[in-house]
Design a protein around this ligand. Sequence first.
Ligand code: PEP
Length: 257
Amino acid sequence: MSPSAKRRPFIAGNWKLFKTAAETVQYIRALKKLMKKGPEVDVALAPPFTALESAVKAASGSTIAIAAQNVFWEEEGAFTGEIAPGMLKALSVGLAIVGHSERRQYFGETDQTVNRRIKAALAAGLDAIVCIGETLEEREGKKTKRVLSSQISKGLAGLTREDGLRLTIAYEPVWAIGTGKTATPDMAQDAHQYIRRQLEKIFDKKVANSVRIQYGGSVKPDNAAELMAQPDIDGALVGGASLKPDVFFKIINFKGA
Ligand code: PEP
């Protein structure tokens, strides 16, 4: 694919366990003002569940999409602490992050539970950002591609090509998340190209060429442009640097429009 035929960039901010509903509204008002010039990228924000309703209202009339940071696979039942796909849809949330490494690391998420969450999200009409990535130990043990291939084949098992078209993949090397260490553009491109090849094996060339693959791991205003210039990097999933609207806007506006 030639660079000119690249997919439209998609940049999402993952706020993790930060911001109340009131802080969310303040942030979105500020970001909306900054985005008036309308950079040519798709933008999403993933606040905590408690701020989703306020976020959807604050973002109305803008192009900012609101995402959940997780979603459960059942619609209702005795599942204390979980949030159902239909509950998100009822708030007009259209997107959910699934399989973030912090969920895998601290909350026992596996490729199998990721798979169930993706299927339930898609069935309910939510799109999904699916996070994958290797740990430092796996990279140093030269297992990166094996890990990515396994996360993709197990996490996306049983999905149709129509399902595939509704996914975004976030490649987030675990050693780069919140550490200030970023994969070099070449390192990230190599992983993204490999992921795209795996998508082609599971789905087909058309799906593989359409799916946006975000890079995540200490993305900042000063490294966003060189990462995004890589042919298979179609955007970013941003944690720490998405918490301030002016800093996040610099990333969204990486082309300096
Ligand atoms: C993330 O949480 O997905 C992430 C990439 O975090 P950070 O940008 O802070 O490394």
